[in-house]
Design a binder for this molecule. Structure first.
Ligand code: HEC
Length: 392
C-alpha cells in the first residue's frame, strides 16, 4: 500500500500549500491594509478610521476602515477562519501519513531503541504541550511585557528544538518544531481570535457596546501569529534541505533561522508603520550568510590521503542503498525508487555523488533511519571517494 500513502501524502501536501497560501495571503493583506489606510477628509458619518484606493486585475477598489464597531451589522459579514483551520488539518494529516504512521523509519533516530509508537507519541505530545505552555504564558502578566515575552518564548523554542532533536531523528525534530508553532497559530485563531470577534458581533446584535477586552486578546495573538509566519515557513521548507536539520547542531541552526525570520518580520512591521527600519534587512541577510557559512562551511580537506577506488565504494552502496534505490526495490514498503533516485550502476552512483555527500556523508539522513546499518567507516569511505573526484 506504499503507493497509496505516497499519493495521499502528495495530495495532502498540495492541499496544505493551497490553503496555507490562502491563510498567509489574507493575513499579509490585512496587515498591509491596516498599515495603509489614511484618514478621510470628507467623512460626514464620523465613523471612519481611514480608507484607501487600490487597483488590481483591471478593477478599482475602495476599502474603508471603521472606528471600533459599525453602528449596525451589515447583512453579509465575511469571516476568515477556514484558511487557518484547513491548513492545520491538512498539516496534521501530513504528519500522520509521513511521520506518525511510519515512525519506525521516519522518526526513530539511527541507533536508538525508542519504540515507533513512543516516537509518534512524543510527536503528538509535543504539539499539545507546546500549545498549553504558550497559552498559559499568553494569559499570564508576562504577556504585557513584549521584550520579556519574546526572550522567554525564544528560549522555550530553543529548548523544544534541542529536546526533540535529542529524542527524534533530526528531520522529524525539525518538522515537529514547525508544526508546534503552526499549531499555536491555528489554535490562536480557533480559541481566541474568532471567539473574541464573535463576542463583539453578539454584543452588537444585542445592541450593547462591544467590550474592548475581547478584541485586545485577539490582537495580541494576531501579532504573535504575524511574527511566527516567516520562521514557520522556513522550518517547513528546510525539511527538504538536509544541511539544515542534518547538521550536528541542527537545533541551533533552527533557532538561528527562527530568530532571523522574526527579525525580518519585525523590520517589515516597523516599515509599514512608517519607521525607517530598512537597515535591519541587510543585517538579517548578513546573519543568514553567517549561519550558512557556519552550518555549511569548508570541511576538513583530505588532501594527500589515498582516494578509495570504486571497487571499495560499489559494494557499500549495493549493501546499504540499493534495497530502496533500484528500478525494482526489494525493501518492504518501498514500491518505486524514492524520488526516482537509482544507485544501481557505477555511472548512476557517480552522477548522484553530490546528493550522496549531502545525505549519507555530511549528514546521516540516508539510509532512512539507518535501517540497513551503515557504519561511520563506510560513510568516511564514500566521503573520501567523492572528495577525490569520484573516480570510476
Ligand atoms: C529504506 C529505504 C532507503 C534506503 C535503504 C536508502 N534510502 Fe535514500 N531515500 C529513501 C527515501 C524514502 C527517500 C525520499 C525521502 C524524501 O522524500 O525526502 C530517499 C532519498 C534519498 C536521496 C535524495 C534524493 C533527491 O533527489 O533529493 C538521496 C541522495 C538518497 N536517498 C541517498 C541514499 C543513499 C546514498 C543510501 C545508502 C547509503 C540510501 N539513500 C539508502 C529511502 C531509502
Amino acid at each position: 500500500m506504499a503507493w497509496l500513502t505516497d499519493w495521499l501524502s502528495l495530495l495532502a501536501r498540495w492541499f496544505h500549500l493551497i490553503v496555507g497560501a490562502g491563510w498567509i495571503g489574507t493575513s499579509f493583506y490585512f496587515n498591509w491594509l491596516n498599515n495603509n489606510v489614511r484618514p478621510v477628509d470628507d467623512d460626514e458619518t464620523g465613523e471612519l478610521a481611514g480608507a484607501l484606493w487600490s487597483v488590481h486585475g483591471g478593477a478599482f477598489y475602495q476599502v474603508r476602515k471603521i472606528k471600533g464597531a459599525p453602528r449596525a451589522l451589515p447583512e453579509t459579514l465575511h469571516w476568515f477562519k477556514w484558511e487557518a483551520y484547513l491548513t492545520w488539518i491538512s498539516g496534521v494529516s501530513l504528519l500522520l501519513l509521513v511521520y506518525w504512521m511510519q515512525a519506525g523509519t521516519s522518526m526513530v533516530p539511527p541507533g536508538s531503541d525508542l519504540a515507533p509508537w513512543a516516537a509518534a507519541s512524543i510527536g503528538v505530545g509535543s504539539l499539545a504541550l507546546g500549545w498549553v505552555v504558550y497559552d498559559l504564558l499568553c494569559r499570564s502578566p508576562l504577556s504585557r511585557h513584549p521584550r520579556v515575552f519574546a526572550a522567554l518564548g525564544f528560549s522555550l523554542l530553543c529548548a523544544a528544538a534541542w529536546g526533540l532533536s535529542e529524542l527524534l531523528s533530526p528531520r522529524a525534530a525539525y518538522i515537529h518544531v514547525g508544526a508546534m508553532v503552526g499549531t499555536m497559530m491555528a489554535l490562536n485563531v480557533f480559541f481566541v481570535i474568532i471567539p473574541g470577534q464573535k463576542k463583539m458581533v453578539d454584543a452588537l446584535l444585542a445592541g450593547r457596546e462591544p467590550e474592548i477586552d475581547a478584541g485586545a486578546a485577539g490582537s495580541l495573538r494576531s501579532l504573535h501569529n504575524n511574527y511566527f509566519t516567516l520562521p514557520v515557513l522556513f522550518i517547513m521548507v528546510s525539511n527538504h534541505f538536509p544541511f539544515t536539520y542534518g547538521h550536528t547542531w541542527g537545533w541551533a541552526v533552527l533557532a538561528g533561522i527562527a530568530l532571523l525570520g522574526s527579525i525580518a518580520r519585525h523590520a517589515f512591521n516597523l516599515m509599514d508603520r512608517g519607521q525607517d527600519a530598512r537597515w535591519i534587512l541587510p543585517v538579517a541577510a548578513l546573519g543568514m550568510m553567517g549561519l550558512a557559512f557556519v552550518s555549511h562551511g569548508p570541511r576538513p580537506s583530505v588532501e594527500g590521503a589515498e582516494v578509495p577506488g570504486f571497487a571499495e565504494v560499489g559494494p557499500i552502496i549495493e549493501a546499504r542503498c540499493v534495497g530502496c534505490h533500484a528500478e525494482t526495490p526489494t525493501f518492504e514498503g518501498i514500491a518505486a525508487p524514492p524520488l526516482g533516485l537509482l544507485l544501481e550502476t557505477p555511472e548512476q552512483i557517480r552522477q548522484a555523488a553530490p546528493k550522496i555527500q549531502a545525505q549519507a556523508v555530511d549528514t546521516q539522513t540516508m539510509p532512512l533511519g539507518n535501517v540497513t546499518g551503515m557504519t561511520d567507516q563506510e560513510r568516511a569511505v564514500l566521503g573520501a571517494w567523492i572528495a577525490g573526484g569520484a573516480p570510476l
